[in-house]
Design a protein around this ligand. Structure first.
Ligand code: GRF
Length: 199
């Protein structure tokens, strides 16, 4: 395990563009986050997150979900846990990862699995939180980094950042504004968790 003055090892899981993974990498490279990205894993073979990782020279692999499109089967969860443990990963960062992480990961990584969600939780959990905020006529939204538990977007909150919802916002413009905040919030949340990890 790495902590204190040691470099924290991150395993990042994502399904899409990977802009949060990039922001974490940028924070590492500019020296504001003492960590390394040990591996990037995606359930989506076409996820741009894999390309970003490869361009940065980070090991990047596809998670075999047994052909299921949304389910994350037990066997795949087990294989994932074994891979991350074998790599001695300290903290798992879900960054746009579209499947629910369950056992044995939750027990193997207590308070070590983080997720970023594009709303001020507990408001608007689940899919397309930015669309939910616009549809609801919200005047404020934002993003949350939280610990992952067995629920969907329900774990203890680590950090949040707010953004205004403007009168002419579409789901896309709101999501873009939220993502700007996400990109500084996620490295800050990792820093906060890292200092709480005892060697
Ligand atoms: C982010 O908005 C995050 O909050 C949500 O999915 C999106 C992922 O974006 N969970 P990216 O793949 O990091 O660009």
């Amino acid at each position: 395990m790495s902590a204190g003055n040691h470099t924290i090892k991150l395993g990042i899981l994502g399904s899409g563009s990977g802009s949060n993974m990039q922001a974490i990498l940028d924070a590492i490279e500019d020296g504001s986050l003492n960590a390394e990205i040990t591996i990037v894993l995606s359930d989506n073979p076409d996820g741009y997150i894999l390309e970003r990782a490869k361009k940065a020279g980070i090991p990047a692999e596809v998670i075999d979900c047994g052909g299921f499109t949304t389910k994350f089967p037990d066997q795949s969860q087990q294989a994932l846990a074994e891979k991350l443990k074998a790599l001695d990963v300290d903290i798992i960062c879900l960054a746009g990862f579209m499947r629910l992480v369950k056992q044995p990961m939750l027990d193997l990584y207590p308070n070590r699995i983080l997720n970023i969600h594009p709303s001020i939780l507990p408001a608007y959990p689940g899919l397309e939180a930015w669309q939910q905020a616009v549809d609801d006529g919200a005047t404020e939204s934002g993003c949350t980094v939280h610990y992952v538990d067995a629920g969907m977007d329900t774990g203890p909150i680590i950090l949040q950042a707010k953004v205004p919802v403007l009168a002419n916002d579409t789901a896309d413009t709101l999501h873009q504004r939220i993502q700007v905040e996400e990109h500084s919030l996620y490295p800050a949340a990792i820093r906060k968790v890292a200092v709480e990890i005892k060697p």
